[in-house]
Design a protein around this ligand. Structure first.
Ligand SMILES: CC(C)(COP(=O)(O)OP(=O)(O)OC[C@H]1O[C@@H](n2cnc3c(N)ncnc32)[C@H](O)[C@@H]1OP(=O)(O)O)[C@@H](O)C(=O)NCCC(=O)NCCS
Length: 176
């Protein structure tokens, strides 16, 4: 008997905008988001609006981009990010946060796959990087499933505020 392949969720990446701010704010209450993202803890008042403005600025000067991950009925599932786009070196850092209720269904894997295709085809990236905590097994699995290669561990890398931690670096190139 053959086993059916796992279903990939139907989702799309849409430019992050004002209409997503309330959903982002709700997601910032999640302990895993606070633990593994660069969002400062405690989350400052108005953080999400300042965050949006910073990404809107990056959209204009080509240095960053933010997408909302939208489900089949346009529901908010999380965010897919390019926090650092270097058009001179054609190197792009990517990242992703999935809302707690949407986890465990392949959302991050499908979103990173689309985000990677976008970075390669639209930005013409020659190198894509992911920085993942050594403690974040789920995110490491997502990277692996999207064809990223684990290059090693950056020791005591500055993470946020006064926090440093050992961080894995993963990469994808156009053909590997
Ligand atoms: C990490 C995160 C993005 C994963 O999102 P998701 O939509 O649940 O991910 P997926 O369902 O696509 O895949 C998760 C994979 O990790 C595996 N996994 C989940 N928890 C795991 C754990 N504790 N240990 C090992 N693997 C784990 C799942 O089994 C799945 O692998 P599989 O498809 O081979 O079964 C989500 O948990 C999240 O937003 N966490 C907080 C923010 C964060 O860590 N962002 C990444 C920063 S680098």
């Amino acid at each position: 008997m053959t086993t059916a392949p796992p279903q990939r969720p139907q989702l799309g990446l849409v430019l992050f905008g004002e209409q997503h701010l309330a959903s982002l704010r709700a997601m910032l209450a999640d302990e895993h988001v606070l633990r593994f993202s660069r969002v400062p803890v405690p989350v400052p008042d108005g953080f999400e609006r300042a965050w949006l403005q910073s990404y809107q600025g990056g959209r204009v000067d080509g240095t960053r981009e933010a997408f909302a991950i939208a489900g089949e009925c346009d529901e908010f599932l999380g965010v897919a990010l390019a926090p650092d786009i270097n058009s001179s070196t054609r190197t792009v850092e990517l990242g992703y946060l999935v809302a707690p209720e949407a986890r465990g269904q392949g959302v991050a894997t499908a979103a990173l796959s689309q985000l990677t295709d976008w970075a390669l085809s639209v930005l013409g990236a020659l190198r894509i990087e992911l920085y993942i905590s050594v403690d974040n097994a789920a995110s490491q699995r997502v990277a692996q499933r999207c064809g990223y290669v684990r290059e090693g561990v950056l020791r005591s890398r500055h993470f946020k505020q006064d926090l440093r931690e050992d961080t894995e670096i993963w990469s994808r190139l156009p053909d590997s």
